[in-house]
Design a protein around this ligand. Structure first.
Ligand code: C2E
Ligand code: MG
Ligand code: MG
Ligand code: MG
Length: 283
């Protein structure tokens, strides 16, 4: 009996795993055509300077509006795109679209802001990344100083010389590099000394409860001090409540991003947000 039950259990997992794999394959099939079918969009989330309160940047976040499934979260399809290699053309589209949009905002007379684009480790290892970024900049005419690329610590696992070369070539384009979700990945801090990054994005998990959790607060304080000691800027992610803003200012954190200031929004809405922020600052 035990043997039979064991076997059934095995079959049960097998079937659910198979269903999951099928689900992923169906989603991947749909994702293949998403670019041509214009189902991908970028939303933009404001980033603010904590001293002046000015909006100084926008993170571009991908959205997939799938006709049958509705809005599919990047948490669901980015891993699929990475495993299949589709992230390379999708990532190239994101870069072109974000640069085009940022240049258009400039031409429309909106205040200059930096547009931050997420890069997958798969794109980073792909030989054409530097060319893809250079092309997106050239095609859009965007000032490279207004482009920031967000990398994660996962890029640092593996061939250090290859990483070093890619970082140097990207920086030579005149853009900025930040480390996303800082504090949750690779723990060898020597890389911060070796590579020319500009900013650490302090992970939401430390920021979220820093007003009630002394450990989170200590981590945020330590990250800011370390970053400044190394000549790097800091931005706190996931700032959902006003209480956190004062505390981040006290800890000398430079910038902040989160629902408290604004959710990721479609480009038209973001342009309105920027224009309103400017008139508030002028008042
Ligand atoms: P991320 O780069 O760390 O982006 C921040 C995520 O936190 C976004 O989720 C954003 O909507 C969310 N967020 C912002 N403020 C708050 C807040 O105050 N509270 C909470 N709870 N969440 C907040 P989203 O848009 O679902 O993106 C999830 C992840 O998907 C991103 O994490 C990034 O790793 C990836 N991703 C998004 N767009 C792209 C892309 O164009 N390319 C690549 N390679 N990855 C992307
Ligand atoms: Mg990011
Ligand atoms: Mg992040
Ligand atoms: Mg993340």
């Amino acid at each position: 009996v035990a043997k039979a039950a064991g076997r059934n259990t095995y079959r049960f997992f097998d079937a659910s795993m198979q269903a999951d794999a099928l689900e992923r394959m169906r989603l991947l099939g749909k994702l293949h055509n998403a670019i041509e079918r214009k189902e991908l969009r970028l939303h933009y989330q404001p980033q603010l300077d904590l001293r002046s309160g000015a909006v100084i940047g926008a993170e571009a976040l991908i959205r997939w509006q799938q006709p049958e499934l509705g809005l599919v979260s990047p948490a669901r399809f980015i891993p699929l795109a990475e495993d299949s290699g589709l992230i390379v053309p999708i990532g190239a589209w994101v870069l072109r679209e974000a640069c085009r949009q940022a240049a258009a905002w400039q031409e429309a007379g909106l205040p200059p802001i930096v547009v931050a684009v997420n890069l997958s480790v798969v794109q980073f290892r792909h030989g054409d990344l530097v060319r893809t970024v250079a092309d997106a900049l050239a095609e859009s005419g965007l000032d490279p100083a207004l482009l920031e690329l967000e990398l994660t610590e996962s890029i640092l696992i593996g061939d250090v010389d290859a990483v070093s070369q890619a970082v140097t070539r990207l920086k030579a384009l005149g853009l900025r590099l930040s480390i996303d979700d800082f504090g949750t990945g690779y723990s060898n801090l020597a890389y911060l000394k070796r590579f020319a990054f500009d900013k650490l994005k302090i992970d939401q998990s430390f920021v979220r409860d820093m007003d009630s959790n002394a450990d989170s607060c200590a981590l945020v304080r330590a990250i800011v001090q370390m970053a400044h000691g190394l000549g790097l800027g800091t931005i706190a992610e996931g700032v959902e409540r006003g209480e956190l803003v004062e505390q981040l200012r006290r800890l000398n954190c430079d910038e902040a991003q989160g629902y408290h200031f604004g959710r990721p929004m479609p480009p038209e809405e973001f342009a309105d947000y920027l224009a309103r922020a400017r008139s508030r600052a002028a008042a």
